[in-house]
Write a protein that binds this ligand. Sequence first.
Ligand code: IPD
Ligand code: CA
Length: 282
Amino acid sequence: MTSLKRKQINWLEILVQCKNNVREQITPFLGAQEQVQPELGTGAGGDPIRRIDLAAEGAIVDTLEDHEISFTLVSEESGIMKTGLSPEDHFVTIDPIDGTTNLMRGIPFYATSIAVSSAPIMNAVHAALVADLVRGITYTAQEGKGAFRNNQKVTPSRTESLEEAVVGVDLCTYKVQRVVSQLTGLIQQVKHIRHLGANALELCYVADGTTEAFLDIRGKLRTTDIAAAWLIVNEAGAKITTPDGESLKNRLGAKQKVSFIAAANQELHKNIVSLMKTEKET
Ligand code: IPD
Ligand code: CA
């Protein structure tokens, strides 16, 4: 990816337009969740497709096409779609609605997530947006320029002590016994644990200091869900790695899975990784 191509496009402005269009296009579907949903098959990521997910995806694609951008879409719903004459110039990785179960049940915590990269790899993401669609809070980041929450620069928590930490943990898997056995030491030490049901947004909570850490070591989260939040966490100055402490270089795709530990600062991250390592060895 040449930096020249990047400079020609004001990605943040376009991503905000995408988000505004998503909000507009999903509005007619909100509140209609109890109605019987038509069968639309299964999305690229393996979950049933809902009209609201397709409306959100369509809103993002339409906005990009309005700007005559040539891109490869990497979506949880439609998988890979190439648009324009040079689709390899930009990869746009989206989870149109992160937290669909919350949305369908009226739990007010769900988001849209959009990441732009020069290659379909996590650490090539250079522009990102995650927007809380309920509260109208938008997180954005650009490589080397920091992370923002409604245009205000964010910084993560400075808390280094696990005893003072609020830690998000996604335990939603039938392999819960294996996951919990690796997390027992951590859960015993932290002040509070949480899982709110939209992992992209929960990662943004680590970026802006709302929580101290968020972990998903199930091995079942799609990389499409966290591509944007990965950049937001990094640009805020927090740390997100594999459970072994390595950098995330996962391929972006609806079928590609990722496990991670995100923590507000180096010290907290080190403590969490070493606690998990100890549990693994015992
Ligand atoms: C889901 C949410 C949820 C996590 C699931 C994801 P979706 O995203 O992030 O918190 O537990 O694994 O699939 O399906 O609503 O986009
Ligand atoms: Ca989704």
